[in-house]
Design a protein around this ligand. Structure first.
Ligand code: 5GP
Length: 180
């Protein structure tokens, strides 16, 4: 079973569901009558986004953007857009939905690109934060959980494209890293 590969469950399914409901209610209250556009960063934030929007009882739109990771080249911090939005965000209230902020480079770059398109406002909703790893100052407006510096999988987050379908957030057994 997939969960046999997990050394430690960091956040249970119940804790995730409760937190996402709380975040959804809070964002919905803040954006009532604003028809916000929620932008999910593929693929990791897909599961979070799917649950979050169902916890929001207001009109809203969704869109998706995909960026390349900087594959070992952390020095440049250059992130490329692999799939752009379908919507025009000019004048829209935008909420960027991301799975995790680590160094902050991905979001820093993405926010810069989106800001240039002149949305009415832009806020950040992040499920997980690893503050100890931050290299650029990124702060979520809505945050699920702060976690220690573990490499985590599940609830959308992968290791080599696997484990995204685990319903909780866990830490992989170290021998599975070494195998790759
Ligand atoms: P940043 O640009 O903030 O360093 O990295 C953000 C991206 O790195 C996330 O969107 C995610 O794809 C990946 N990432 C960072 N930490 C983790 C982690 O613990 N587990 C997984 N699966 N991905 C991570």
């Amino acid at each position: 079973m997939l969960k046999d590969d997990i050394a430690q469950v960091l956040i249970t399914e119940e804790e995730l569901q409760a937190k996402v409901k709380e975040l959804g209610a809070q964002i919905a209250a803040d954006y009532r009558d604003k028809n916000p556009l929620l932008i999910s960063v593929l693929k990791g934030a897909m599961v979070f986004m799917a649950d979050l929007i169902r916890a929001m009882d207001i009109h809203l739109g969704i869109d998706f953007i995909a960026t390349s990771s900087y594959d070992g080249d952390t020095s440049t911090g250059v992130v490329r857009i692999l799939k752009d939005l379908e919507s025009d965000i000019y004048g829209r209230h935008v909420i960027v939905v991301e799975d995790i902020v680590d160094t902050g480079r991905t979001l820093n770059y993405l926010l810069e690109i989106l800001q240039a398109r002149q949305p009415a406002s832009i806020r950040l909703c992040v499920l997980l934060d690893k503050p100890s790893r931050r290299e650029v100052p990124i702060k979520a407006d809505y945050l699920g959980f702060s976690i220690p510096d573990y490499f985590v999988v599940g609830y959308g987050l992968d290791f080599a494209e696997k484990y995204r379908n685990l319903p909780f957030i866990g830490v992989l057994k170290p021998e599975l890293y070494r195998k790759k």
